[in-house]
Ligand binder design. Sequence first.
Ligand SMILES: *Cc1c(COP(=O)(O)O)cnc(C)c1O
Length: 424
Amino acid sequence: MYSYEQLAAWRERCQSSFFLLDPDRLRDNYERFFRAFSSRYEKVSVGYSYKTNYLPYVCQCLHRMGARAEVVSRLEYDLALKLGVEPTAIIFNGPLKTAEDIRLALELGSLVNLDSLSEIAPVLAYARQHPEQTVRVGLRVNFDLTRGGVSPLQNGYQVSRFGFCVENGSFAQALECLAAVPNVRVTGLHGHFSTNRSVGVYRQIARKLCRLAKAHLGEQLEFLDIGGGFYGELPATFGMVGVPSFDDYASAITSTLKEELGESSLPLLILEPGISLVADAVEFICQVVDVKENRGERFVLVDGSVHNIKPTMHAHQLPASVVTRNRKAWEGTYHVVGYTCMEKDYLLQGFHGIVPEPGDFLVFGHTGAYTLVFNPPFIRERPPVLVKAGRDVVVARRKETLAEFLPESLYEFSIPGWQAGGYA
Ligand SMILES: *Cc1c(COP(=O)(O)O)cnc(C)c1O
């Protein structure tokens, strides 16, 4: 745990509540993940899911260790290029790719996994214009994972919105359309699903991808992409037992591939972890502004928000601790509430622990995934990001000024020609 003086010094560096990245933790997560798969299977490629946390510093750390970039928009694609990622090491997924996005990615040799029939025409057009190039694409597939009437999809969904449906023939139709141009090859299948993250579901997905590949791709098969969605290490506050390890996932997936496809000439196995690499590598540190009581309830106001630490509003309680300068600390029950003026802005509800005083710090763990890229700036600027560097810190994202928050190059600040009655 940090000392009060330590946190005060870091806060002084950035003049704000802040995120704190532990690059050693990030490296350790990546290495454990990669080793779990590469120790069991020869050809493994890890594409880091940018959307989970595309702080350039985080992406660069992971690329330095050998991760590819898994992107789901042109914006993320351009960021990967800007960070110096080889275009051939970019995996372009996601439901919205324009014809121009597809053309660029194919021209630069990135792996494009198509998501719906509307993306096929741009591939065919590109292939016709470049008859000398073999145009390789993957297809994201969608199939029923329900077992015994129970769907493993998150939020209780019965049917996923992504990819080409196997059951209703869309997948076969996509293959047929793509076969119309001879220099197009479907070289792999992509099967990312948002599920309950159980090992059994990954076994099911791996098996189905193998069988579809054998039946429809045959000799053209070069890769199978299982996607992301794996559990990393979870904090005790989540109260979950029997959470699968990276080794459990790797063992199930790689043994399924070998069972289904045989040991020789196995395809490249692609994985796209996000949350499992970054969630526990980032903490959020905010300062107590006020402590007050309203009709018997104690509210601790901090210069942070639930939007900083849990923009997805998941139900789990994050690990939290109080760092106080008061040595005669006493315990009690209280709520920790944020700056946003929203009634539901609770960082902690009914929390029991040391009751902080104004100036004390709250440290929230497990805040690296779907946080600092997801929701604010709302009402306040985005919190800066510091990175642990030995006993010191480096600043990976500074505190925004108004001019950076609402840049004059983007916004109109005066409204010439507009009268209260509208445009004349
Ligand atoms: C979101 C996403 C991932 C990463 O999922 P995590 O749950 O963060 O591991 C991987 N692949 C695709 C296609 C995604 O959309």
